[in-house]
Design a protein around this ligand. Structure first.
Ligand code: BEZ
Length: 257
């Protein structure tokens, strides 16, 4: 998870209430098809569950994340694996990788040019880059509601924060081609994602992932703001007794030329 804003990650909450992130990521591991002995970088490994899955396939995986809390939890869960605190825009390793894998991370990297350059530099020629991230329109109703409610309360600076980058398919594949990749597969698809907390799914989601929007807002006002955000998206994000994030994913497989 990588952002210029100071998002302090609660790694325990991430595993308990948002474990669908790793669950869905298993499909992305299948797309990568890690091979025995391959050297793989897991970029934005979070609490390490997918790093572990790739290691089970016999790959030699290094998991990186810029959140010390995530890396600490990953290392405790999988002590035999290699985890490091590192930013996607500053990758430094002794040897190039056969593949770079990234799930639900690159939408946090606002300096996308630098991240893609760094990935290209970290790969062998012919190496694979397989990723999934939020694409254009991802959780759009939630983002619109956050800005609307923050503006309503006079927090104009907070409302204008750019926390995530959700590119269109053509934008991201063009960037990859510009940085020396051949795109072999690309899809931009809807994945409505049921949030775990049935009562306050949106409030929990925004509190967990959008914490930076609330910097310097008094704690007693944050809950009011969150409630208003949740109420605003009820028509689009609540159905059959559950809250949903209307996820739109970009899934891409590319090869370094
Ligand atoms: C996502 O995985 O799409 C996502 C996660 C947190 C905040 C925004 C988007």
């Amino acid at each position: 998870m990588i952002s210029i804003y100071d998002t302090t990650w609660n790694a325990t909450l991430y595993d308990d209430k948002h474990n669908y992130v790793a669950k869905y990521g298993e499909d992305v591991v299948r797309l990568l098809a890690p091979q025995n002995g391959e050297r793989i970088l897991d970029l934005g490994c979070g609490t390490g569950h997918l790093t572990h899955l790739m290691a089970q396939a016999g790959a030699r995986v290094i998991g990186i994340d810029n959140s010390p809390a995530m890396i600490h939890r990953a290392q405790a869960a999988y002590p035999d694996l290699d985890f490091r605190v590192m930013s996607a825009t500053d990758l430094h390793f002794d040897a190039p990788f056969d593949a770079v894998f990234s799930n639900a991370t690159l939408h946090w990297v606002l300096d996308k040019e630098s991240a893609v350059e760094q990935v290209a530099r970290s790969l062998k020629s012919g190496g694979r880059f397989v990723l999934e991230m939020g694409g254009k329109g991802n959780v759009e109703e939630i983002v619109v509601a956050i800005r609307k409610v923050l503006n309503r309360h006079g927090y104009y600076g907070n409302a204008a924060i750019q926390l995530w980058y959700f590119p269109s398919l053509s934008e991201y594949t063009t960037l990859l081609e510009k940085k020396g990749f051949r795109v072999r597969f690309a899809a931009h698809f809807d994945r409505p994602t049921e949030l775990k907390d049935q009562g306050n799914g949106i409030k929990e989601f925004v509190r967990m992932f959008g914490n930076a929007f609330f910097n310097d807002i008094p704690e007693n006002e944050i809950d009011t703001v969150l409630t208003e955000i949740q109420d605003l998206v009820r028509p689009t994000n609540y159905r059959n007794g559950s809250w949903f994030g209307n996820y739109k994913r970009l899934r891409i497989a590319a090869t370094k030329l």
